[in-house]
Design a protein around this ligand. Sequence first.
Ligand code: NAP
Ligand code: GLV
Length: 310
Amino acid sequence: MPTLLFKSAIDDPLRWKRALEAKMPDLEVCVWPECGNTEKVEYALVWGEIGDMLRTLPNLKIVFSLGAGVDHLLPQEGLPRDVPTVRMLDAALTQGMSEYLMYHVLRFHRRMSEYESQQRARVWRPMPQTEARDCRIGIMGLGVLGGDAAEKFHALGFPVSGWSRGPKSRSDIRCYHGKAQLKAFLRDLRVLVCLLPLTADTTGIINRDTLAALPRGACVVNAARGGHVVDNDLLAALDAGDLAGAVLDVFEHEPLPASHPFWSHPRVTLTPHIASLTNPDTAASHVVDNVRRQRRGEPLVGVVDAAKGY
Ligand code: NAP
Ligand code: GLV
C-alpha cells in the first residue's frame, strides 16, 4: 500500500487524511511526525517548514505543495532536487480567487467603501457612477488564476490587460509581457491585480516606479504574496493620494504584526491570506490523480519548474 506523509502547521491533517483516503482507499496517509516506516513513504504533501524531514524518505516519488504557490518550498535546503515538486491545481481554488477579486474590484468600482462611510455618518449623497467599460483592470500573472480572473472580468464588461513572463495572445485581453512592456501595461489601469508567483524576478515588483506608472486614483489588489509589495512605497502612494486604495490579502510577515500601519490605514482593506483557501474535499483529487499517474508511469500534472521558480 503506498504511503503519503502529510505536514502542515496550519491545515487540518485529519480532514486531509479523510479526503485523500476517501478518494484513494489504498493510499495510507500518515501525519508527521508519526509516520512509522519511512521506507514506505513515496509521497509527501506539505505546507511551510519541512526541515530535514524529506531527506529521511529514501523512496520519495513526489513532493506536493498544499498551495498553488511554491515560494514556501523551493528555497528550503531540505527539498530534494531529484524528486518532482507538484503544486496545487484545483478548480475550486481558482473559482475562490476569482470570487475574491470580483468582489473587491466591484466594491472599488461601485465606490462601496465610500458609501459605507457615508452610511456610518448618516449622509445621503449619490456620487457619479463610472461605466465598467471605462475601468481597465490589469492582471500581473496570466497563469491558472490570473487567466481565469481575466476571463471573468471580461465577461462582466471590464476591459482587461494582462502581463506575463512570455508572450500570450488572447482575443479577450490586451496582452503584455516582460520587463520592457511593464510600463505600457500599467499606464491606463484603474485596478492593478497581482497574481504573480514570488520569485527572484517578481520580489518587490509593486514599488515606487510601478506605482508611479499607474494613473492617479488607481487601486492595487495583491492576492499573491506579501513579498511582491514594497510596503513603504505603497503607503507613500496611498498617503499622497496617488493611489485611491489597496486591497491586501498577503504580507511579508504573516500574521501581519499588530503594529503595522496597514491595519489602520483608511485606504487599505486587508484580509488574513484567505483570498482562496485550498479545500481538501476538492483538492485531494489533484493529489490522488498524480499519485495514480506516477504509478502508471504517466506524466504528472502541475510539476514546478525549479529554474523558473514557479
Ligand atoms: P501560475 O499558473 O504559475 O501563473 C503564474 C503567472 O505569472 C504566469 O502567467 C507567468 O508568466 C507569470 N509570471 C511569472 N514570472 C513572471 C515575471 N517575472 N514577469 C511577468 N510575469 C511572470 O500561477 P497561479 O496558479 O496563477 O498562482 C499565482 C500565485 O497566486 C501563486 O504563486 C501564489 O503565490 C498566489 N496564490 C495566492 C492565494 C491566496 O489565497 N492569496 C491562493 C492561491 C495562490 P508565463 O505565463 O509567461 O509563464
Ligand atoms: C495560497 O496562498 C496558495 O499558494 O495556494
